[in-house]
Design a protein around this ligand. Structure first.
Ligand code: M6R
Length: 651
């Protein structure tokens, strides 16, 4: 949550900070701010011994455009600066709670991403010593602590310098509990800034004539492709001349930077009004890329359609991931958890491996008893979700305490950002390769996560003699998956206008129920989540058979029911459940194939017949488009819905 950016070099800092923040705005957009330090004319361009400078701090409530307008009006000179885009945790989204936060004299400025868990006791301690606080945030304790530390060092005869700022930060950090990343400037040192991370992402970018630092790669990609990710606990001093990097114990570190690959730059919207709409339309490309990468071309047929020795699905994973696995547990949040629920269904019903899904935030504090030969999968598109990372770390640590090798940790991550914190935490990564997703509501990354699970379940099933249904079934599923990109393309085109027309019916709607069963129950959950987060309409996803046990009491003519009914194991059951809703006057919207069985629906969003096991890949499309058009029709900020952020890096 929140994005931080810092820059020092030969150019004016503020425009670079604003551009970096623009790329990080997906992390939070409650408020934004920046602080720059301008050197006096005679100051040397070095981190040490510079003459004191002038600190300018600009902050604005709301989106980045408000900060940009303020900068355009008053400016913020200097070649050194820090910036922040906020997702409020402690303190309302008001200007006084916006970062940077300053010490009492306005000489030290700090931006922070994360939570300082012991801020209350630190605040009380500082208040008892006479410090006046101007915000409700946890972060404000840091500039006050730093100002006191710097004063104490200067009282000992130490001269203001970048090294002194570094030392003060190193002395203050042990007093802070929690997971955070921060950046600090000090008016006394116009030629240096300090950054630090503890369990929150931070990367340094090595540009031409400048050094940058940011929470995520998109903020750096426009300036440089040479990056140095900070390791946990590290602190760095950045000056126009270089980087000094130290580990948590204060030992100087030397590490080679790496090169950014991929298209981390946030793409434009093309002709679409919103990124979300564009990303929904990109899903056929996402699927085509997945098919090209992971479904190997079959050579000359040996009779079974799969040449001896080859694999139906090619995943870039060590064989060790598959060996000896007796059970699978999956940890995730939000949409990633819904993909995990489909994944667990496939791993059980296709590959025959017991699989369970946990909310990462719950698992952490109530993990199930340890079982042997367990594969733990963390699913997070951003690779930065604090709950998921913490749950994985906890699982790894508790397993390392067990001497029996059957309980050894085996961790796999499924992510869209292999370079993320997840990538550094777990030894095995499955990259879903969806390309950057800007809309806060996940769409194409959900489809890509589903595909990753289809790949994984097929790979496990293939290694187990065909799994539950045998090799012929696996071959037919793979053949059907090859047709998916074309089907998706058509489906998105077909439903775009249909859902736009339907959106008008939802003008006064306050509640919507989504029903699904079996492998499509998670799609009902996903449909409800999409609608909630971007349209602010209350929505619930239920297993269709569960309605009669209570929720059916909610139904009347004002509550539309969206029911997913795909031919297969539970088709007739879902249709009966839909009839039960219709008998209570609910407006029925069906996501189902066209035909006599489905004429009970008041409105049909037709989906072609497909093997039930593959149906979530299609049924999710009308869900996404319906939510999108309802929110767009209401004139809401689809890409940046209120109270949300793309990457949830606080617990
Ligand atoms: O980056 P992650 O996949 O770990 O994010 C998990 C959730 O925060 C995320 O899926 C959230 O629910 C989305 N806004 C859903 O659209």
């Amino acid at each position: 949550m929140c994005g931080i950016v810092a820059v020092i070099g030969s150019r004016e800092a503020a425009p670079l900070l604003l551009e970096g923040l623009r790329q990080l705005e997906y992390r939070g957009y409650d408020s934004a701010g920046l602080a720059t330090v301008q050197a006096p004319l005679e100051a040397p361009a070095s981190g040490d011994q510079g003459a004191p400078g002038q600190l300018t701090c600009l902050r604005a409530e709301g989106k980045l455009v408000n900060l940009t307008a303020r900068f355009d009006a008053v400016g913020a000179p200097g070649h050194c600066g820090i910036g922040h885009t906020r997702w409020a945790t402690h303190g309302k989204p008001e200007e006084r709670n916006a970062h940077p936060h300053l010490d009492g004299s306005g000489q030290v400025a700090v931006v922070q991403n994360g939570i300082i868990e012991n801020y209350r006791s630190l605040r009380e301690q500082l208040q008892a010593e006479g410090v006046v606080f101007r915000s409700d945030t946890d972060t404000e304790v840091i500039p006050h602590l730093l100002a006191r530390q710097l004063a104490s060092l200067q009282d000992q005869g130490r001269v203001a310098s970048g090294s002194l700022l570094l030392e003060a930060v190193q002395l203050v950090l042990p007093q802070l509990q929690g997971a955070y990343a921060l950046a600090v400037v000090w008016a006394a040192v116009p030629g240096g800034l300090v950054v630090a991370r503890r369990q929150a992402p931070l990367l340094i970018g090595l540009g031409e004539g400048e050094f940058l630092c940011a929470s995520d790669t998109p903020a750096l990609a426009g300036f440089t492709r040479t990056i140095l990710p900070l390791e946990d606990g590290e602190v760095a001093l950045l000056t126009p001349l270089g980087i000094e990097l130290y580990n948590g114990a204060g030992v100087r570190q030397q590490r080679n930077p790496s090169l950014l690959t991929g298209t981390e730059h946030v793409a434009d919207k093309r002709s679409f009004r919103h990124f979300m709409h564009k990303e929904i339309h990109e899903q056929s490309e996402t699927a085509a890329l997945w098919v090209a990468r992971h479904l190997p071309e079959l050579g000359s047929d040996t009779g079974g359609g799969n040449p001896a020795g080859s694999s139906l699905v090619a995943l870039p994973l060590d064989e060790a991931v598959f060996e000896g696995v007796e059970r699978i547990q999956i940890l995730a949040c939000g949409t990633s958890r819904h993909a995990a629920l489909v994944g667990a269904y496939l791993l059980e019903q296709l590959a025959g491996i017991p699989a369970s899904v946990f909310y990462a935030s719950e698992f952490r504090y109530a993990p199930p008893p340890l079982g042997p030969h367990t594969l733990t999968i963390g699913v997070t598109q951003s690779g930065e979700t604090a709950d998921t990372l913490a749950a994985l770390l906890m699982e790894q640590e508790r397993r390392l305490l067990v001497a029996d090798p059957a309980y050894a940790p085996k961790l796999l991550g499924i992510t869209n950002r292999p370079e993320s914190s997840l990538g550094r935490l777990v030894p095995h990564i499955l990259d879903i390769g969806a390309g950057i997703e800007v809309g806060v509501a996940a769409t194409k990354t959900f489809l890509a996560q589903l595909l990753a699970f289809y790949g994984l379940a097929l790979a496990f099933a293939e290694r187990r003699g065909g799994g539950v249904h045998g090799p012929a079934k696996l071959r037919s599923l793979v053949a059907a998956l090859r047709l998916l990109p074309a089907q998706l393309q058509q489906l998105v085109i077909d439903h775009d206008q249909r859902c736009a027309d339907l959106a008008h019916l939802f003008t006064d709607t306050q509640d919507v129920i989504f029903l699904g069963r079996g492998i499509n129950y998670p799609i009902a959950l996903e449909g409800a989540l999409k609608l909630k987060e971007i349209s602010y309409i209350h929505a619930e996803g239920y297993p269709a058979g569960e309605m009669k046990h209570g929720p059916i009491a909610l139904l009347d003519a004002r509550v539309p029911v969206v029911s997913i009914a795909m031919p297969g194991l539970v088709f007739e059951k879902v249709l009966s459940n839909a009839q039960e809703a219709k008998a209570r006057d609910a407006q029925l919207i069906g996501v189902a194939p066209q035909g006599p069985d489905t004429d009970l629906f008041d409105t049909l969003l037709p989906v072609p017949e497909i093997d039930e096991l593959l149906s979530p890949l299609l049924t999710v499309i009308p869900m996404q488009l319906l939510s999108y058009h309802i929110a767009a029709h209401r004139g809401l900020d689809v890409d940046q819905p209120r109270n949300l952020a793309k990457s949830v890096t606080v617990e």
